[in-house]
Design a protein. Structure first.
Length: 99
């Protein structure tokens, strides 16, 4: 995690090699809890490769909202890929806890 000014935290990367075991979801829940309850951040944000629908769906199910797309900003061996910016705000996190 990168603690930026203005009480924003960027989640840089999570790599889970064993899929469909709930490790990714557990990791995201722990990161959110730490960011909002311990660090008292206002906004937790991340980016996800546009083609990674599995990760994007996980983030959306955990309350992250799409903010925008950085079109073709990553050069890979297969050409350029776009990144989706996503975030969750402290108020959104607290609202989800009360449900």
């Amino acid at each position: 995690m990168n603690l930026c000014g203005f009480r924003n935290i960027e989640l840089k990367r999570i790599v889970i090699t064993e899929k469909s075991k709930g490790f990714g979801r557990s990791a995201i829940k722990i990161v959110k809890q730490y960011a909002f309850e311990q660090l008292h951040t206002h906004r937790l944000w991340l980016d996800v490769i546009e083609k990674n629908s599995r990760a994007k769906s996980l983030y959306e199910s955990e309350g992250f909202c799409v903010e925008g797309v950085l079109r073709e900003c990553l050069k890979t061996t297969n050409g350029y890929q776009s990144l989706i910016w996503m975030s969750i705000l402290a108020q959104e996190y607290r609202t989800r806890l009360s449900c």
